[in-house]
Each structure stands twice: as structure tokens, then as C-alpha cells.
Design a protein. Structure first.
Length: 261
């Protein structure tokens, strides 16, 4: 009788410990994408920094990658291995954002907008869910180049294809393209240029002076209207936070500000 009571006590203790562990478990976030999300050139690290210390946030985004080349290089294999080892987390959210390098004219990277890009995005979502993760498809961050008074959103078709893929797979959608286009349009070119990696050099984008001789081997500026410096990374990281909390309110508790920004 005493042995049976002891076994019952041990079993109850183990069950209680398991329940407590599940209650205390936190989430994991994995970022998959291109340079606009990657370390030093995108918003990914700034986004990870917005989580509380107990959240595991891994930025696997890499510059120059597309929906096709990220997988071809074996980088998606790393994500799948992580998902298979996710039992200790309450949930794993995989944010996937591509489009910039899927556009035409980029050998080894570009994908067909009709037959490849949406299929690839849908497959990322499906495989994430099959391995127990939460798929989150993110429309591509806007480039910040104006044509006159209006922002030229050349990524709109890839954003729309991402929306359709998310709907098809019942994945979470963060419409970063829509929100970043609206924000940058409201800023205007001069303010939007302050989000870049380095300050805009004098005369950038102005017609070249035909009478001016450029020195041989003149260095090109690191300024562009695609990648992000610290100010831009923080600005769009906050935007992605707001979008994620709006789409999945349960994530608010895992942000340092409670998802209020």
C-alpha cells in the first residue's frame, strides 16, 4: 500500500512539474529573409532586441537571398532542424520575408513571379506548420525611392503574391509592404533618406555634370534607398512588432513594451 501511495505521489509530482514547465515556457522567433531583414543592413536584429530576455530570437536572414536561393543553399535545412527541436518552447514563430532578390535580372536568385515565388512562399509556410511552428509571411519592405512626389513601389506584385500565399496556407500575414509604403510616402524623400545606412551624400541622384571629370576608381557611396541604418532598423522593427501583435495578440507579453508601440 505504501509503495502504491509513493508511486502515486511521484507521478503527481511529475505531472505538476510538467504542467509548470509548460506554463513557464517562452516562445522562439526565427527570422528568414534577405538583406532588408539581415544583420547590419536590415531591421531583424533591432526587432529581436525588442523582445524580453527570455525569448529566443534568431536572425537567419542573409543579404542577396531569394525564396529560391535561401533553400538551395541549405539555409532552410537549418530552420527545419531547429523546428524539430522545438519541444521546449511554447511556440516557434517563423517570419519569412522575400521579394527583393526574387525580382528579374538577378542571375541565380530571381524567381518567376507566377510559377515560382508564390509556390516557394507557400511551401515555407506549409513546412513550418508541418514541423509544429507558426508560419508568418511578411510582405517585402518598401524601397525608399520617389518618382516626383510619389513613392515608387516596385515590389507591389511580390507583396500581393505573398498575401495570396498566406491566404492559401492560412498563415499569419504581416503586410510590411503596405505599412512601410504608407509611412515612407508620408515622410517624403528627404526624411526617408535618413533611414539609410549612411547619410545621403551631396548631389546624390542629381544629373551628372558633363564637364566634370570623375577621378579614376572613385569609390561608390554606401548610401542607398533599400538598406537600413540604426534609425531605419529601429523604425521598421517597431512597425513589425505592431503588426505581429495585431495579428497574434498573445505575442504582446513577450515584448519589452508589452506590444504597445
Amino acid at each position: 500500500m505504501r509503495t502504491m501511495l509513493l508511486k502515486s505521489f511521484v507521478l503527481a509530482a511529475l505531472l505538476a512539474a510538467g504542467q509548470a514547465g509548460a506554463a513557464d515556457a517562452t516562445i522562439r522567433v526565427i527570422l528568414v529573409g534577405d538583406s532588408t531583414m539581415a544583420t547590419k543592413s536590415g531591421y531583424g536584429d533591432a526587432f529581436c532586441a525588442r523582445f524580453t530576455a527570455d525569448v529566443t530570437c534568431v536572425n537567419l536572414a542573409r543579404g542577396g537571398r531569394s525564396t529560391g536561393s535561401f533553400r538551395a543553399e541549405g539555409r532552410w535545412d537549418d530552420v527545419q532542424r531547429m523546428l524539430k527541436d522545438g519541444a521546449s518552447f511554447k511556440a516557434t514563430y517563423v517570419l519569412v520575408q522575400f521579394g527583393h532578390n526574387d525580382q528579374p535580372g538577378k542571375p541565380g536568385r530571381s524567381t518567376d513571379l507566377v510559377t515560382q515565388f508564390p509556390v516557394n512562399m507557400a511551401r515555407y509556410a506549409r513546412e513550418t506548420r508541418d514541423l509544429g511552428g507558426v508560419p508568418v509571411l511578411v510582405t517585402p519592405l518598401a524601397r525608399r525611392t520617389f518618382k516626383g512626389a510619389y513613392l515608387a513601389n516596385d515590389l507591389a506584385p511580390w507583396a500581393e503574391a505573398t498575401r495570396r500565399a498566406a491566404a492559401q496556407e492560412h498563415a499569419v500575414l504581416l503586410d510590411l509592404n503596405r505599412d512601410s509604403v504608407a509611412a515612407v510616402q508620408a515622410m517624403g524623400q528627404d526624411d526617408a533618406d535618413t533611414l539609410a545606412v549612411v547619410p545621403r551624400p551631396p548631389g546624390y541622384g542629381m544629373p551628372a555634370d558633363p564637364n566634370k571629370v570623375e577621378p579614376a576608381g572613385a569609390a561608390k557611396t554606401a548610401f542607398d534607398r533599400t538598406h537600413l541604418g540604426a534609425k531605419g532598423a529601429d523604425f521598421f522593427a517597431r512597425m513589425v512588432e505592431r503588426e505581429l501583435v495585431a495579428a497574434r495578440p498573445e505575442t504582446a507579453a513577450y515584448f519589452k513594451d508589452g506590444g504597445k508601440r
